[in-house]
Design a protein around this ligand. Structure first.
Ligand code: SAM
Length: 304
């Protein structure tokens, strides 16, 4: 949704922009192209595409900087790199096709690889380690909470049985344990279970909550926050965050005047979510689930 990102994010051509999910720099390239007097900080928890991104952005000389980090720490990372404030902050959530297609990451059930699933492979627990330390109840909670999988119990039992028999080495073994429960929609069930484990391993939802809060703090009045999500758990977090920032008052409805004193910090720009055009989905089927939301930072005393 590159055209839509530019339309909403680049409201000034000399702005400071932060791409929190840099990947190989596709969006970053467009941002710098459309903001000829601007600068960009690119952050990604996985620096493995930075070489490609650097090459892609080389034409912009010193107008960009890339750094590895988690957007949950957005403000401190930005300030460390001389971005005290920003005019635009972008989150293009989840993982890239490059990461998905790399069997060594264990994100895909169509290729066989280690059951890793970490986006940052330099630190933290792998999905295999998470499964190794979990009991059936804990694993079932992960599948239900992060995958919205209604058959979480039998699937968790099957995975644990497979683990205890020493038959859980690869993503194909994991897929086989899931399919052993005979789900009616095999692909959907696999996708949901793999997504659940990936979200748990990378603590994705908590990082997103923190990242959004930090983005609001970092933005200058009039600056834009653009978020593209790919599943309903992410989108709900973005939507609720925007609404809470636009209507932060927690006073009971019966009270005629606000007594809590909470001031709005965002104005929602996209009252309805923006979806990719059909032509984009045809060219890139992964885009079909993309949902884009935009909000603008309010100045002190400004009302939405
Ligand atoms: C959909 S891709 C972004 C692609 C990018 N917009 C482009 O044009 O190439 C999502 C990226 O976000 C990164 N990511 C996911 N969670 C992150 C987090 N908490 N902090 C920083 N980067 C994260 C992933 O490593 C991945 O590279």
């Amino acid at each position: 949704m590159a055209a839509e990102v530019i339309e909403f994010l680049v409201t000034r051509t000399d702005g400071d922009f932060v791409d929190c999910t840099m990947g190989s720099g596709g969006h970053a390239h467009r941002i710098l192209l459309n903001a000829p007097g601007g600068r960009l900080l690119g952050i990604d928890v996985d620096g493995s595409a930075f070489e490609q991104a650097e090459a892609r952005l080389s034409e912009f000389g010193e107008r960009f900087e890339l750094t590895m980090g988690n957007f949950a720490e957005l403000t401190s990372i930005a300030r460390e790199h001389g971005f005290e404030h920003a005019d635009g902050v972008l989150f293009d959530l989840g993982f890239s096709s490059r990461q998905l297609d790399d069997p060594a990451r264990g994100l895909s059930f169509t290729t066989s690889g280690p059951i890793d699933m970490r986006l940052d492979q330099t630190t933290g627990e792998t999905a295999r380690q998470l499964i190794a330390r979990s009991n059936e109840r804990e694993l079932s909670r992960v599948l239900f909470e992060f995958g919205e999988e209604r058959r979480a119990h039998p699937i968790a039992r099957s995975i644990i049985e497979s683990r205890d028999r020493g038959r859980l080495e690869t993503t194909h073994d994991l897929a086989a344990a899931i399919l052993a429960t005979k789900p009616s929609r095999r692909q959907k069930t696999l996708a949901r279970c793999f997504m659940a484990l990936r979200i748990a391993v990378n603590d994705e939802l908590e990082s997103l909550r923190r990242g959004l809060e930090e983005a609001v703090e970092l933005l200058r009045p009039g600056g834009r926050l653009v978020a593209i999500s790919y599943h309903s758990l992410e989108d709900t977090i973005v939507k609720r965050h925007f609404v809470r920032c636009e209507k932060p008052c927690t006073c009971p409805r019966e009270i005629p005047e606000c007594a809590c004193g909470r001031k709005p910090t965002l104005r929602i720009i996209t009252r309805r979510i923006v979806r990719p055009k059909e032509s984009e989905v045809a060219a890139n089927p992964r885009a079909r689930s993309a949902k884009l939301r935009v909000a603008e930072k309010l100045g002190p005393g400004e009302e939405p």
